[in-house]
Design a protein around this ligand. Structure first.
Ligand SMILES: [Zn+2]
Length: 368
């Protein structure tokens, strides 16, 4: 489990806004309001976590391996290592999240009612607040646009209907783009034409913009997946060209490797034909200031080979796309031996070349 830096900001903001809210209520004094605010923030944190754990547990139950849970400002995200095999698995894994939030919402509502009858006003207030927040969390997550849970439910259903996972992903991404645009439009309308709704409008517009951007990324990934077809990593991995020597200055590596072979990543070895000890990518090189490249050595910037993910050459490339995004690089192995490297840009470059050469698989979309 990881927490994105924005989550800490969110925790502070949420606690503060709870405190502000409870403090305005005449029934609660300063200290009581503060304790209530901290309690409510902890419970909200727990509720978001429960939602994500529900996704993770259901995924594991259905044989989809889970990478980890990241918490950030809008809530959480559960990273799946691979994809569901059947639409029903995807549907269940996704739907269980909002269902958990809804159940928690009802439970907190019940707690609030009981506490209210017992005369425990503070507990009733916190319970009521958490109840509505969880119902809100469920409702928000059910908005029908990828990458929200609702969008993934649309994807699972479209998958079931069309029998084509990639087409379904494109449909869900399209729904996300429409939803994002709609939220931005409503947000701007509130911003300019509804008196007193400035903050709400701004919030909606920002949210819509985020959703639209995420949906665009989903659409691009869906297209890419389609272009990859079912081809295994073996097809895309760079054949093992001689490794870069660890004691070469970065300048040398650029002149004699990156320029000569149009590749994003190379193996590193202590000596020619020696055992492979690391991987160096164009991104690693880029981070060294140009003036220092004659004094910094490949050894200093390489990624140790055991820190890079190893992927079986037979794995379909489309199944591991998420792990290569950004500056990701993976060692492709066959029979326990490394046979090449694969990066995001190499994959995309390969597809672009295929396209230029008229080798695009039938029905595939353009790679972006
Ligand atoms: Zn969810």
């Amino acid at each position: 489990m990881r927490a994105h830096a924005s989550w800490l900001v969110a925790v502070a903001l949420v606690t503060w806004s709870f405190w502000d809210r409870f403090d305005r209520d005449r029934r609660f004094g300063g200290t009581t309001a503060f304790v209530m605010a901290v309690g409510a923030a902890v419970l909200l944190f727990g509720s978001v976590l429960a939602h994500e754990f529900a996704h993770a547990l259901e995924a594991r139950f259905r044989g989809v391996s889970v990478g980890g849970i990241t918490l950030f400002v809008f809530g959480g995200a559960t990273e799946m290592r691979d994809e569901a095999r059947r639409p029903i698995d995807e549907f269940a894994t996704v739907a269980v999240g909002p269902f958990t939030s809804l159940t928690l919402g009802c439970a907190f509502g019940l707690l609030a009612t009981v506490a209210d009858h017992a005369g425990l006003t503070a507990l009733a207030e916190v319970g009521g607040t958490l109840g509505w927040l969880n119902v809100g969390l469920a409702a928000f997550n059910l908005l029908p646009g990828a990458p929200l849970d609702g969008g993934r439910i649309v994807r699972a259903m479209a998958w079931k209907v069309t029998g084509d996972r990639d087409r379904a992903a494109a449909i869900a991404a399209g729904a996300g783009q429409v939803l994002g645009a709609l939220l931005v439009a409503v947000g701007f309308f509130e911003l300019f034409f509804v008196p007193g709704a400035f903050t709400d409008g701004l919030w909606l517009a920002v949210l819509g913009w985020f959703l639209g951007a995420a949906a665009n990324a989903e659409r691009a990934a869906a297209r890419l997946r389609r272009s990859l077809g079912g081809r295994p990593l073996r097809h895309f991995a760079s054949r093992a060209i001689d490794a870069v020597p660890a004691d070469a200055p970065v300048d040398d590596a650029i002149d004699r490797w990156f320029h000569v072979f149009d590749r994003e990543a190379f193996f590193v070895a202590e000596e020619p034909a020696g055992p492979l000890i690391g991987v160096v990518t164009l991104d690693d090189v880029r981070r060294v200031p140009p003036g220092n490249r004659d004094r910094v050595f490949v050894r200093d910037i390489m990624r140790p080979i055991e820190s890079v993910p190893w992927l079986d050459a037979g794995t379909p490339a489309s199944a591991v796309l998420d792990r290569l995004e950004g500056d990701g690089v993976a060692v492709v192995f066959e029979d326990g031996e490394p046979v090449g490297l694969v990066t995001w840009r190499d994959l995309v470059g390969h597809l672009r070349r295929d396209e230029e050469l008229g080798r695009v698989p039938a029905g595939a979309g353009r790679a972006q």
